[in-house]
Design a protein around this ligand. Structure first.
Ligand SMILES: Cc1cc2nc3c(=O)[nH]c(=O)nc-3n(C[C@H](O)[C@H](O)[C@H](O)COP(=O)(O)OP(=O)(O)OC[C@H]3O[C@@H](n4cnc5c(N)ncnc54)[C@H](O)[C@@H]3O)c2cc1C
Length: 309
């Protein structure tokens, strides 16, 4: 189906795009930013979104991964395939590298952007779980200037975030995991054991894929900081199960200060739905809420195992 008519505008800079979005918003019109187009265009063709104007942001300023003192700065227009191919991301944010490698298919990964994915906030999108577990910070630029939002405060509802209509997500700042990071080597899929144990960080993202939609029925991201065999900090997040990606504080608390052996992982995974009311679990043609709730503990355990084994 062809979407109703809309104005198409190009913007060569963030400032110009913000001005254009703000002008439309002030005029009471509905304007959407165009990034990879793999969320917005299908929604427009399906009649789910009918913007009056589409602002196509085309600037290299928001593309790429930059190493900062203690973090990685990812430009919001960076594609999934660029992230999956990035050695910096593989080394310092392996949970994000794992998650973007799972998104859609080759065409989607070559066009879709991390920023578009996070703002789209699809309830079963993969990267939101990774940025939550990585404790990322998201940088927004709008008519009132720049602001930083922790990932834990970014997702507020199904396909809903704190981004205002004239705001642009420009950067995703991911705290760099320690040098002892146990990054999985893409070629072999095995863990290239860094200084495992002492001051190391283990991370992984695993998901159960729905065979028809290709989306996650449940996806779990886990990042564990360790000192020897003891977990000093755990960040575990799930996607696909409730209205938006969420952290799992009960699992994190069950792991913190303890070992990461199989028994500890099973015990922690058993607390996976402690923080989630049964009524929040998503039911749709792909699966019932009950089925997703049943899968959650299994995939938490698998993510923890994938991270440390
Ligand atoms: C067939 C298919 C399969 C898919 N499978 C998966 C999957 O398995 N896992 C998964 O995670 N995703 C999946 N997706 C979604 C895909 O990842 C999209 O790319 C993503 O949801 C949107 O990113 P985009 O760059 O294409 O954004 P766009 O479609 O351009 O924009 C999406 C929305 O975000 C807004 N936006 C975009 N960038 C910004 C920004 N920088 N600042 C503010 N607002 C912004 C737009 O205005 C729009 O409202 C799939 C999509 C398709 C079509």
């Amino acid at each position: 189906m062809f979407p109703p008519e809309f104005d198409y505008e190009r913007a060569d800079s963030v400032a110009e795009a913000v001005d254009r979005l703000a002008a439309h918003t002030q005029a009471g019109a509905d304007a959407e930013l165009l990034a990879g187009g793999h969320g917005l265009v299908p929604a427009m063709k399906a009649g789910d979104r009918e913007p009056d104007a589409v602002v196509d942001l085309d600037t290299e300023d928001l593309v790429g991964v930059t190493e900062r003192e203690d973090s990685l700065a990812v430009g919001a227009l960076t594609t999934y395939s660029d992230l999956a191919d990035s050695t910096l991301v593989r080394e310092h944010a392996p949970v994000l590298a794992d998650a973007v490698a799972e998104v859609g298919d080759v065409q989607i990964r070559n066009r879709g952007t991390l920023g578009g994915n996070l703002v789209e906030a699809h309830p079963a999108a993969d990267p939101p779980a990774a940025v939550l577990a990585a404790d990322a910070t998201l940088v927004l630029v709008g008519p009132d200037g720049e602001r930083e939002v922790p990932a834990t405060e970014f997702f507020v509802g199904e396909r809903e975030t704190v981004v205002d209509p004239a705001e642009i997500l420009t950067e995703i700042r991911v705290p760099a995991a320690g040098d002892g990071t146990n990054a999985r080597t893409p070629e072999t899929g095995t863990r290239d054991a860094g200084a495992s144990g002492a001051g190391s960080t283990d991370a992984a993202y695993v998901r159960r894929t729905h065979p028809a939609t290709g989306y996650a029925l449940v996806g779990v991201a886990a990042v564990l900081d360790r000192d020897g065999e003891t977990v000093t900090d755990a960040r575990v997040a799930a996607t696909g199960v409730v209205e938006h990606a969420v952290r799992l504080p009960a699992v994190e608390a069950a792991l913190a200060g303890g070992p990461v052996d199989a028994d500890a992982r099973t015990a922690a995974a058993a607390t996976a739905d402690d923080d989630l009311d049964t009524g929040r679990f998503r039911s749709d043609p792909s699966a019932s809420g009950e089925f997703r709730q049943g899968l959650l503990a299994t995939y938490v355990e698998r993510a923890l195992a994938a991270a440390v084994v």
